[in-house]
Design a protein around this ligand. Structure first.
Ligand code: GAP
Length: 443
């Protein structure tokens, strides 16, 4: 993980939030390459969902009526057990003490579980993870609103609006990508557990009785999506929730887990939420949330199958999955270690880098001309500094799938070499064919 965190900073994938002030725990900023990778992940998800006939998109507001969170169960149930250490004054999640360090300078390096064994902990209390703020000029209980802890509720409350506007009938889904906020007691493992993050959620509304069939369908479909973007199958598995783990709304649930360097961790949850959400919103709002089927003349509350992925967690999983170090030959016949981010070309932030072999003989001008012809179509990068081998290494580490080099042969026949990142195989391509070549390989 340390190598990945350091690469993220060095190459401009991820920076600590407010770094010059010492950072803000659980918050991260995406740099120039990071923002492109994140966008490519979200774009891939959005396309996979909304290119279907049976899925519509939505973008709901982050702040919602506070009753939404009473109906959803978050005010009552979205809590973690929390304990305070009387010794070091730190606060811990009661179920995650084992691997947390004690906060007292006097006990530096000692695990908090020892403080607990010494009887220094308060009794466990429930701590609600929703961030609160106020709407309007009065800061009192009547103006409290929450930063949404999940994007799902914006979909549930709009179910009938979207259904009527798009003339869909169950089974159909509503997809949304957006920020969510949770005041996690222990943030940890880089982007894995943060206080501000993005979710990619799709709620699929189905007639009761067909829910288990759709649950199985979406479970497989979502697993396949990660693989379609190159995630290694042997690093992924399903974890089924047992009765004790099931969320208050879930009838059945599977997590797609990825094997991170720190162990297996959830990247997406697929839940059979039954009719819990629409029934609760009907009770709390007093408005019918039932669907009336014009064809069968039936009125019913659809069941919901939810696919809920973290964009930021997927980002980290794709990065970890792509990272490798290997021995590679150098120009003088030796070998050196190269760091490669083998990101799927569709996810790669920069699709191609363009180099003049030397900074003379008109090569920089030709290379810049190639950059100008590619730039309207793809993110490309021009580099003329240092030996070509060093330039390749820099792009390998940034995850750029293709490097285009202008050399002396280019001056004669207008062809260039194109080198593929993973195999390092080079081929000659006519300069005029480059847009079609890169498009075919990366989009
Ligand atoms: N609507 C259901 C829901 O929100 P969840 O399992 O709590 O379910 C879904 O969250 C996904 O959101 C997780 O699989 C994870 O990828 C992401 N996620 C949840 N909490 C997160 C956090 N604190 N930091 C980063 N990602 C998080």
């Amino acid at each position: 993980m340390e190598k990945i965190v350091s690469l993220c900073k060095r190459r401009g994938y991820v920076f600590q939030s407010s770094e010059i002030y010492g950072g803000l725990n659980g918050c991260w900023d995406y740099g120039p390459l990071g923002v492109e990778l994140l966008r490519n992940i979200k774009e891939g998800w959005w396309r996979a969902m909304t290119s279907r006939e049976d899925v519509e998109g939505i973008d709901a507001s982050i702040l919602m009526h506070p009753r939404v969170w009473e109906a959803s169960g978050h005010v009552e149930n979205f809590t973690d057990p929390m304990v305070d250490c009387r010794e070091c004054k730190a606060r811990f999640r009661a179920d995650q003490i084992a691997d947390a360090p004690c906060g007292s300078p006097a006990y530096k390096g000692r695990p908090a579980s020892r403080c607990q064994a010494d009887g220094k902990f308060t009794d466990a209390r429930r701590f609600n993870l929703m961030f609160k703020t106020f709407v309007g000029p009065l800061e009192d209980s009547s103006s409290v609103v929450y930063l949404r802890p999940e994007t799902a509720q914006g979909i549930f409350v709009n179910f009938l609006n979207v259904q009527a506007a798009s003339r869909q009938r169950p089974p159909f889904g509503i997809a949304q990508i957006g920020k969510a906020f949770r005041n996690e007691i222990n943030t940890k493992n880089f982007l894995f557990r943060t206080r501000e993050f993005e979710q990619m959620e799709m709620q699929f509304f189905v007639p009761p009785g067909s829910d288990q069939k759709w649950f199985e369908y979406w479970k497989e479909e979502r697993f396949r999506w990660f693989q379609s973007l190159g995630m290694k199958k042997e690093k992924m598995h399903f974890h089924r929730h047992d009765a004790g783990e099931l969320a208050h709304y879930a009838r059945d649930a599977y997590d797609i887990e990825y094997e991170f360097p720190f162990g297996w961790g959830e990247i997406e949850g697929i839940h059979n939420r039954s009719d819990f959400d629409l029934t609760r919103h009907e009770q709390f709002s007093g408005k019918s949330m039932k669907f009336f089927d014009e064809q069968t003349k039936e009125r019913y509350t659809p069941f919901i199958i939810e696919t809920s992925a973290g964009a930021s967690r997927s980002f980290m999983a794709f990065l970890v999955d792509a990272y490798r170090e290997e021995e590679a030959p150098t120009a003088d016949g030796k070998t050196e270690t190269r760091v490669v981010l083998s990101l799927h070309p569709r996810l790669a932030p920069i699709k191609a880098a363009v180099f003049p072999l030397v900074n003379r003989d008109g090569m920089p001008e030709i290379a810049r001309g190639i950059v100008s012809s590619l730039r309207p179509h793809f993110r490309v990068f021009y580099d003329e500094s240092g030996a070509v081998g060093r330039r390749y290494r820099r792009q390998d580490e940034a995850g750029t799938p293709y490097c285009i080099t202008v050399d002396s042969q280019t001056l004669q026949d207008r062809t260039v070499t194109v080198r593929e990142r993973d195999s390092m195989v080079q081929e000659r391509v006519s300069g005029g064919d480059l847009v079609a070549y890169i498009r075919e390989k990366t989009l």
